[in-house]
Design a protein around this ligand. Sequence first.
Ligand code: PLP
Length: 489
Amino acid sequence: MILAELLALKRTDDAGLVGQLTHQLRALMAGGRIRSGAVLPSSRSLSAELDVSRNTVTHAYEQLAAEGYLRVAARRRPVVADDIGERFAKAASKTAPAPRREAVRKPSLSPWALRLSDTDWPLSYQADFRPLRPGLADAREFPHEIWARCLRRSALRRRFNEQTVINRPSLREALRDYLEVNRGVRAEADQILILPTAQAALTLIAATAIVPGDAVWTEDPGYPGAAAAFRAAGANVVGVRLDNCGMMRMREARPPKLIFTTPSHQHPTGRVMPVARRTELLTAAEPGKTWIVEDDYDGEFHYDSRPMPALQGLDREGRVLYVGTFAKAMTADIRLGYLVVPASLARTMEIAQRHLGLIASVHVQEALASFMADGHFLAHIRRTRRIYRSRRDHLAAALTRHLSEVLVAEVPPGGMQLVARLKHGTTDRDVVSRLGAAGVEVRALSSLAVERPRDHGLLLGFAAWREAEIGAAVRIMANALAGKRAVRG
Ligand SMILES: Cc1ncc(COP(=O)(O)O)c(C=O)c1O
């Protein structure tokens, strides 16, 4: 029996995919179609067969385990509990006491929470990361001693009654100066919100901009955290295809409520959006109607020429919200991001920020302000820029040397990762699992598709990995892929 054939999920059903799957599996067990001791498919294979996210299946399995129908264990397929027949015999008999459902039933969820569990984000990465996981900065290169001194000084400084100032002026000013000089961002300090992550900025924007049903355009393939935040708010997310200049404008379409873009380095391809395309994008966004969200997540890392200034600096009409993170320029452990909003939105956004409690530690904000004011931030970026550039070149050369039969690397002018397209119509997910088994962690380009996956390739990180680690990983890849060609399914 193929379980997927017994299940029918509808994306439009109000119960949500998790709710439907849980209900249908429960009913199959109740009806005796699935018996005690039966081993169910892994969440990975059932999600592939049903074409839903792996989270959807995992949540349904967890719910049924909490209700006592399934036994689940890490890295094991779930097993239907032994006493399941008895449980249903009792439930069916009129004399049986009512099941204590209140002990096991989850409270009903909001549409927002149901939509969240239906997204593919956060991406399912293993906890122990390995070369060549993309998107990471190298924490080993971070000046921990200097940072510890800044933190210590900040923690020891006595402050009283300052809890109303959630965005620290010292950090706002340091960031304003940095962003103006280095990224061409034009803003006053009070337009800058300090947040725990860039993702917090996206959630805050979604909460303040999106009415269910609003159209949101996002790059396709693109950053899944953004699509997830806007979908959870009820947006109708439309993937916009890319050309060499990044996001292509949809000339014939009505302007959407919001456009999400990564013009400095398109995520994941690394392409830089030239100025003409930026102007076109701004023109497509009607002032007062369309919000443009510019995510400049790794804009510090340009290797081949001076960086192109931010789109925000070109905007004269207050349409652009500029998102940044310290996760790439410093390390992800810092847990700080920021959002630069148009002056007309500054008060509303700060009130929303406070309501959502997206407030970063004062100690860490003040520590970062002095780390920046004393020049350590710029020094760290200059140093890592050199290191990451040479790692990018090393990875590109190693791929050409060992894997040119199988893939074509696209060398980006900046950023922390590169895309390698697969030759020979190979399915990227197969390649990713084969490489994972061999000890190399990469991401399938198709997993970043917003609509139907059209691009097959690998996303390979270089910034976080030393040249010896990159060399070893590419040799493992070459052995794992030598002579084997998966066929696209
Ligand atoms: C395009 C893009 N935006 C934002 C982020 C997330 O930053 P944060 O960890 O601060 O939420 C990432 C992280 O990988 C990213 O790739």
